[in-house]
Design a protein around this ligand. Sequence first.
Ligand SMILES: Nc1ncnc2c1ncn2[C@@H]1O[C@H](COP(=O)(O)OP(=O)(O)OP(=O)(O)O)[C@@H](O)[C@H]1O
Length: 384
Amino acid sequence: MSGRGGSTYFRKLTITNFRNYSALSVDLEPVVIVLTGDNGAGKTNLLEAVSLFMPGRGLRRASYGEMAREGATCNFALHARLDGSAGIVDIGTGVSIGGSLSDGARKVRINGAPARSAEAMLEWLRVMWLTPAMDALFTGPASDRRRFLDRLVLAIDASHGQRALAYEKAMRGRNRLLADNSRNNAWFDAIETQMAETGVAIAAARVELVRLLAGMIERLPGDGLFPQADIGLSGALEMEIGARPAVEVEEKFRNALATGRERDRAAGRTLDGPHRSDLVVRHRPKAMPAELCSTGEQKALLVGIMLSHARLTGEMSGMTPILLLDEIAAHLDAGRRAALFSILDDLKCQAFMTGTDATLFSSLTGRAQFLTVNHGTISPTDNP
Ligand SMILES: Nc1ncnc2c1ncn2[C@@H]1O[C@H](COP(=O)(O)OP(=O)(O)OP(=O)(O)O)[C@@H](O)[C@H]1O
């Protein structure tokens, strides 16, 4: 299996000592998966397990210590059997309890062989998510939007994660020099050169994502159920990309960092750079900034962005993402639910949707797999 081409589906998921699951193995069909169950049953935990088949700390951004099942004395482990258009692949990931629980501690095996890093999973699949916590995306801190934006970029540009890590590492080094009152110009120069290179690459990748995604958003149905968003970026580097050659933007950023040393020393951190940029979203039909729209309107905008991005990812990477849509049905009216289900059909993606009430999904009967979650166990839903 080359790992590229068409949709990818989870066919089997095995979870060991993760959150409220001690040992679970579930066979999955290559269709929409509807997970219903009472509050606290383990629905979001299961989505979180699936989200760990992307690099990073998953949809809650929790620590691995929090993910490990309370009281468990051995590793948490997740295993997926995936079916892509070119065949089957087995991916395992987990951490050992008692060992280091730092970000790098998560191990990945692909078809039994250790992978160099979690990024290797991007050869095989994409997982994207929409959770209730993201309802505050437009009104909350810019850092949340930046993280969201960078996840969107990573789905179409697998090297974006390494780029962001390299930039952050260099910036931490610069901040340390500032804090230590260092005046070692050679050190500053070396670090700032690295920040300029990686920073401009990050900004350029974001600009490209926004350009491509805006094109996809144009293809959303014009019925306004998931309204078209106007998306843009704020940030000095992002504004300059496209207006002048990248080497000039890089040089200008490097100079800005060099001349800003004393200002940044006083501030205690680096004040310029792509770590300060923001994703700007407007509700086009209402001609209004997203943050001023109603909660429901913001949700509909976000769903439109995610669905457009799923289509873009499918076209760009050849892998339509697995979508994790936590508690989405309860927040949408009947018309929007029907529109969502129809777009998911069209995308042919395996979306995992959760809710406490299976009746909200009844129109999916015959074209979805219905599972009931109960205290860390899973069984087929009776009469969905
Ligand atoms: N590390 C852990 N070990 C054991 N149990 C945990 C751990 N972390 C969380 N839990 C438990 O997992 C349970 C299920 O949580 P989850 O968020 O998946 O529920 P849910 O089915 O999505 O519920 P809701 O409908 O309320 O959102 C909670 O009762 C929580 O206490």
